[in-house]
Design a binder for this molecule. Sequence first.
Ligand SMILES: Nc1ncnc2c1ncn2[C@@H]1O[C@H](COP(=O)(O)OP(=O)(O)OP(=O)(O)O)[C@@H](O)[C@H]1O
Ligand SMILES: [Mg+2]
Length: 247
Amino acid sequence: MGITVKNLCFTYHGSSKKVLDGVNLKIEDGDFIGVVGPTGSGKTTLLYCLNGLIPNSIKGKFYGEVLVDGVPTTSCKVSALAKKVGIVFQDPDWQLFSVTVKDEVAFGLKNLRMNRVEERVREALKTVGLEGFEDAEPYRLSQGQKQMLCIACVVAMQPKTILLDEPTSNLDYKNTKNVYGLLRRLNREEGKTIVVVEHDTDLLAEYAEKILVINDGKIVKNGSKEEVFSDCRLLENLGIKIPRGWF
Ligand SMILES: Nc1ncnc2c1ncn2[C@@H]1O[C@H](COP(=O)(O)OP(=O)(O)OP(=O)(O)O)[C@@H](O)[C@H]1O
Ligand SMILES: [Mg+2]
């Protein structure tokens, strides 16, 4: 069923700026979408709307609708939504707080009273290549491992859709390729829907299927990567780098 966004507008509490301004969007099950746009254009805010964090936890003026599998996020509990749409935030350091790696992954599962916690933790750590690190302390992991752990926390909940906000901005090239390789596997082998905010268009040209361009709270282009990355004028106007070899 996917996610449908209808005429979505959002203004943060205490601000007068409409950060999202009439967004319409359909995310199909199994999509791999890259989201690009200038700084402050509303990319992170859009992700927060897709998993119901806005308006259920983060308040403001919210108009329009976000439907996850046909159900408006406003009539779902955040906990119920977390089983359908997982989110990996930009900075792993402010997501990790547990004493051990396995506790970190188990935390969300226990919170949502999910069953088979140990099995899910084991499977999720294996998926991201962190088996053997169960008892390690999260803060001692490398940056790359920390990001993989954040992804494991989401994977363990087995959501259909995974949202990621610039997941590799603090990672070196090798760890970046590891993360995107994992996203590709989750998408192709497990049928997960992936929506990733990413400023590195070379990565998106390699891994994403569709691209969404946001500017000033509006979707200014939405299509296949071939279609979007061929629109050199639009990308240049917005200061978005045209991927290598795409002229
Ligand atoms: N909690 C908040 N309260 C008020 N305004 C906010 C809040 N969070 C973000 N904004 C504003 O909303 C606008 C969009 O922010 P958002 O973080 O969604 O943009 P972004 O496209 O993710 O930017 P970046 O590329 O820098 O991550 C910006 O003008 C930002 O200053
Ligand atoms: Mg952002």
